[in-house]
Design a protein around this ligand. Structure first.
Ligand SMILES: Cc1cc2nc3c(=O)[nH]c(=O)nc-3n(C[C@H](O)[C@H](O)[C@H](O)COP(=O)(O)OP(=O)(O)OC[C@H]3O[C@@H](n4cnc5c(N)ncnc54)[C@H](O)[C@@H]3O)c2cc1C
Length: 405
């Protein structure tokens, strides 16, 4: 036997699994098709890597789908706080930003990737970059892995090949085919964390604008509230992007319509906002409404907002009636858009679907079908909202799989 453990996939899940397993004393190799490890990891958080969310396990479970509970054991063994300590002990200083998002203090994802590679090397993991795995087989002695360079035999195998979004990073869904051959069920693969499509053209003038502190509410046709959150929303051509829209997209099904309500002033309730408007209109009574609204909205939003309210923004403050003021307040607190769909694979950040969780032992990440086969990371049917939940899931499942093989 060449190795006790082989990991396929040098992303965050695979690197963590390989390092932990080697630290336990196993002879471990990790096979990665790219020259560099963690290519996708380097792109995360726009190159800054939002590696986790500084909240408790319960919050992580609630922000992972379709069954966050499947990750209780993984998150208990390697919770967000432990992971942050883990990186800080390896010299990576971290910082917590709005929404409890955790980033390396130097805003550079390389420091996270480099710490992982160093950890693997320090524990004697044999790194095999530039090797594409073509096939995996199982027999009574273990696993046989055929790469484009060699044949590798191993007692235990960890599949950490990721999903199939951003295929240029190397994650092309190869692991699903092998798992299926091993008898595993693959839950339908769908593009996840994608922009929302809304053809109402009224906001097109404001495209490119990032609204930094708004609240959105997504509802289905039956008025069921599916998602509500405060944060950043980007206006794009015929739709919405940014962290809030991407997260909301996890609840949007193809072929169905949804409603998105945007609260542009979440910090003020209706009463306080009305008082603020009253004050602004009085104090600036000779200025145009267009100018007055400049104190409440980003410049790019003024003209679309004028169209939404149907008011004449050339009017002066003193010309605005009580009803008109109320109308402004109501629209600031809620503009509604019909959501007609979501974008496709070419814009997907993550893959929804994957290896059916019921066929994986949650306490170990081992297959219930093939002993000695383990899974870690996005290949599993668990996906999270934006905010660091996906990387935490990858690191925690990698840690659990590595600890148990
Ligand atoms: C642009 C972008 C930004 C993101 N930002 C964030 C963020 O800030 N926070 C967050 O929590 N999540 C973020 N994510 C999601 C996160 O990156 C993934 O969930 C995470 O990388 C999954 O880790 P993984 O190890 O399971 O898989 P991957 O990172 O996809 O790694 C899988 C590895 O397997 C290798 N591989 C696949 N097939 C083979 C084969 N046949 N042979 C050899 N090697 C193979 C691939 O080359 C790849 O390196 C982002 C994703 C993208 C695309």
């Amino acid at each position: 036997m060449d190795y006790s453990v082989v990991v396929i996939g040098g992303g965050p899940a695979g690197m963590m699994a390989a390092g932990v397993s080697a630290e336990k004393g196993h002879r471990v190799a990790i096979v990665e098709r790219n020259k560099v490890f963690g290519r996708k990891l380097l792109l995360t958080g726009k190159g800054r890597c939002n590696l986790t969310n500084h909240t408790d396990i319960e919050n992580h479970v609630n922000n992972l789908f379709p069954q966050g509970k499947f990750l209780y054991s993984a998150l208990n063994l390697f919770p967000p706080a432990a992971m942050m300590k883990w990186f800080e002990e390896r010299g990576v200083n971290l910082k917590v930003e709005r929404g409890q998002r955790v980033f390396p203090a130097n805003d550079d994802s390389h420091s996270i990737r480099d710490a992982m590679v160093e950890y693997m090397k320090n524990n004697g993991v044999e790194l095999k970059p530039l090797q594409k795995v073509l096939e995996c087989q199982v027999n009574e002695n273990g696993f046989l892995i055929n790469t484009d360079k060699e044949k590798i035999r191993t007692e235990k195998l960890i599949l950490a090949t990721g999903g199939c979004s951003y295929p240029q990073t190397g994650s092309q869904g190869d692991g699903y085919g092998w798992a299926e051959k091993f008898g595993h069920k693959i839950e339908k693969l769908e593009p996840g964390l994608v922009p929302l499509i809304s053809k109402k053209r009224i906001l097109n003038e404001a495209r490119g604008l990032l609204l930094k502190n708004v609240k959105i509410r997504l509802k289905d046709r039956k008025e069921n509230r599916l998602y509500e959150e405060l944060g950043e929303l980007e206006i794009i051509e015929n739709g919405f992007s940014g962290a809030l829209a991407l997260s909301a997209s996890l609840f949007v099904k193809k072929g169905e319509n949804f409603f998105l309500g945007i609260d542009l002033k979440p910090g003020l309730d209706h009463k306080k906002l009305d008082l603020r408007l009253q004050r602004d209109l009085e104090e600036r009574s000779n200025e145009s409404l267009e100018k007055i609204m400049g104190g409440l909205l980003p410049a790019k939003m003024i003209s679309p907002f004028e169209k939404i309210t149907g008011l004449d923004f050339k009017k002066s403050g003193h010309e605005i009636s009580r009803e008109e003021r109320k109308k402004i307040g109501e629209n600031l607190k809620k503009i509604s858009f019909l959501i007609e769909g979501k974008k496709d694979w070419d814009e997907a950040i993550i893959t929804m679907g994957g290896i059916n969780c019921e066929e994986i032992i949650p306490k170990t990440m081992e297959s219930k079908i093939i002993p000695g086969l383990f899974f870690a990371g996005e290949i599993i049917n668990v996906h999270g909202l934006t905010g660091g939940y996906n990387l935490q899931a990858a690191f925690s499942t990698g840690f659990l799989a590595g600890s148990n093989c």
